[in-house]
Write a protein that binds this ligand. Structure first.
Ligand code: SF4
Ligand code: SF4
Length: 118
């Protein structure tokens, strides 16, 4: 059986320690190394090959009828982060380094479609 009052010294000890939580969003912790967050798309590097869309497991990456900036006859990908699993497959598959998953984890938004990366 626990000693009566054994929690009191423990509680007093906690009062003098810094809290492990932070006052988000006013204070922010550094993202963990390797975090896969918001996608950054470098349009100018894209050749419109479509491998990213083909390899995306969720359909979050798809080709749209916007002429590719490098080859006007080809399409351009878009990324709908509402469907994205942040798996990083598109980044890995892209032969031109046109996709990067950044460490930006602040993706809250009010309406569907607000997080489409073009
Ligand atoms: S990170 Fe994964 S789920 Fe998201 S767009 Fe890329 S391949 Fe698709
Ligand atoms: S894989 Fe890379 S180069 Fe090919 S369409 Fe996707 S972003 Fe563009």
């Amino acid at each position: 059986m626990a000693r009566p009052g054994y929690m009191i010294p423990m509680l007093l000890g906690k009062l003098t320690k810094k809290p492990v939580t932070v006052m988000y969003p006013f204070e922010k912790l550094d993202p963990a190394p390797g975090l896969r967050g918001k996608i950054k798309f470098y349009t100018e590097r894209c050749i419109g090959c479509g491998i990213c869309a083909k390899d995306c497991p969720t359909g979050a990456c798809y080709m749209v009828d916007i002429p590719n900036p490098v080859d006007k006859k080809k399409k351009t990908p878009e990324f709908d982060l509402d469907m994205c699993a942040f798996c990083g497959q598109c980044e890995e598959s892209c032969p031109k380094d046109a996709i990067k998953l950044t460490d930006d984890y602040e993706l809250a938004h009010f309406k569907r479609g607000e997080l489409i990366i073009k």
